[in-house]
Design a protein around this ligand. Structure first.
Ligand code: HEM
Length: 204
């Protein structure tokens, strides 16, 4: 699901840039044709809507699986302020352990929850600007069509920011990449006690 999601996000982001370029939000700011999926806006829209189905179906499968099995709660919660501060201080002192890559530190948990929420927000704002008549109530709630469009763009920027940091840190700890390709170590062999493990993990 992670890799389907990664590929789909790439399609959504680059096709989104193709749509954006037809009618820019930031005057004078364009994306180079190298980064745009689709020769012109209509093609980019086609890609965007094709990717949309994959993203929504895969995203729903991921969320339902994660909630039903308790995986999301186990991996991403709890997040304590003290752990957050400690992780930031440790990272600034280059003291982050990453022996057990199945245990995320507090910063990772926060970022992963953030990017999941950002993806959900993209679907909501995307629906609003796709069907502004049918979802007129949603459009009003978001502050009008143009605001929904800007929110959609800001959501994209947040996800792109996450991806850059996420990929850079994964490359710094290559065993995480292998774990993501192979399915990672079996959860059953991991010790339980969560308190001590909160300090482990890598900051991706
Ligand atoms: C899955 C649900 C989504 C739907 C239904 C959707 C729908 C749309 C629609 C209809 C537009 C055209 C807006 C216009 O006419 O101005 C658009 C633009 C765009 N989308 Fe999406 N989108 C979705 C997800 C995403 C995701 C996940 C991303 C990237 C992370 C993204 C990035 C963009 C960008 C960058 C634009 C161009 C912004 C603009 O100039 O309006 N979209 N989207």
């Amino acid at each position: 699901m992670h890799w389907v999601n990664a590929a789909t996000m790439l399609v959504m982001i680059t096709s989104g840039w193709g749509i954006y370029d037809d009618d820019v939000i930031i005057r004078g700011f364009h994306f180079s044709s190298f980064w745009r999926l689709g020769d012109w806006a209509a093609w980019s829209l086609n890609w965007h809507f094709a990717g949309m189905w994959v993203l929504v179906i895969n995203g729903l499968a991921y969320l339902i699986y994660g909630l039903a099995t308790g995986r999301l709660r186990e991996r991403l919660l709890p997040i304590r302020m003290s752990d957050l501060i400690r992780t930031v201080v440790d990272t600034l002192h280059l003291k982050i352990a990453h022996e057990d890559i199945t245990v995320y530190n507090a910063v990772q948990k926060l970022l992963y929850i953030g990017v999941i929420l950002a993806a959900i927000a993209q679907v909501v704002t995307g629906l609003a600007i796709w069907k502004p008549v049918q979802f007129s109530g949603l459009v009003s709630l978001l502050g009008g069509f143009q605001t929904a469009r800007v929110l959609h763009f800001v959501g994209m920027a947040a996800i792109v920011g996450f991806v850059i940091v996420h990929v850079a840190l994964a490359l710094l700890v290559p065993k995480t990449l292998w774990a993501m390709l192979s399915g990672g170590p079996c959860l059953a062999v991991r010790g339980e006690g969560s308190e001590g493990q909160l300090q482990q993990g890598h900051p991706t």
